[in-house]
Design a protein around this ligand. Structure first.
Ligand code: SF4
Ligand code: SF4
Length: 202
């Protein structure tokens, strides 16, 4: 079944490549820029997690050790956390580079693209406020697009938003179409909590 999921990922990748290409004048992603991999929850389905683990097994010993160290720090912080929404840096981020890039989850593939807000307007990704994606066409003091700045830029590519919500991209329609199941969905770190609990109860 994981092979069917990989087919779906390839389908998504082709789509996302086109999206990014069509938005080139506004995209400032580069290797080493990893703000999108920090301070978040990272929803992962069971299928995505299994695929991520498949990629992790292929890593060299040193990188695996760095991930284990990161995981330990995040798990310790989670244990002490008393709020409602635990945010953390992804343990797979090693020296500000994703160690499992080809095996990363679906949400990771959407980082940096704009989306449609509940008011129907195009919303730039969070890093627009840090001088990154879409910062060159941003309405002052908001994450919406300034028509004036876009026109001033004089580029042919118009800023557009995409349907890239995690719930949409993991919709049962895709499971049926590609013949696989995502399984449970939860923040990435919770998969490791489950693994640890299962180990402790043996
Ligand atoms: S899996 Fe990779 S791309 Fe996804 S959040 Fe972690 S480091 Fe970032
Ligand atoms: S999405 Fe934003 S934070 Fe993430 S790599 Fe691209 S520019 Fe950097």
């Amino acid at each position: 079944m994981i092979e069917n999921y990989i087919t779906y990922l390839n389908f998504l990748s082709k789509k996302f490549d086109k999206f990014f290409e069509s938005q080139k004048p506004y995209i400032f992603c580069k290797k080493g820029c990893a703000k999108c991999c920090k301070n978040a929850q990272f929803p992962y389905s069971q299928m995505e997690f299994e695929y991520l683990m498949r990629g992790t097994l292929k890593l060299d010993v040193e990188t695996k050790k760095a991930i284990v160290d990161n995981l330990k720090s995040v798990m310790d912080a989670r244990e002490k956390f008393e709020g409602e929404k635990f945010l953390y840096d992804c343990p797979f981020l090693v020296n500000d580079v994703c160690a499992v890039y080809d095996y990363r989850g679906i949400v990771c593939r959407t980082f940096g693209l704009p989306f449609v807000g509940s008011d129907g307007k195009i919303k730039a990704p969070f890093c627009c406020f840090q001088g990154l994606n879409y910062s060159n066409v941003l309405e002052d003091g908001s994450n919406t697009i300034s028509e004036e700045k876009y026109k001033k830029l004089g580029v042919k590519e118009e800023p557009v938003a995409f349907n890239i919500g995690y719930e949409f991209l993991t919709d049962p329609d895709f499971e049926r179409g590609f013949n696989f199941q995502f399984g449970d969905k939860k923040p990435l770190i919770e998969w490791f909590v489950d693994l640890e609990n299962a180990r402790n109860s043996q």
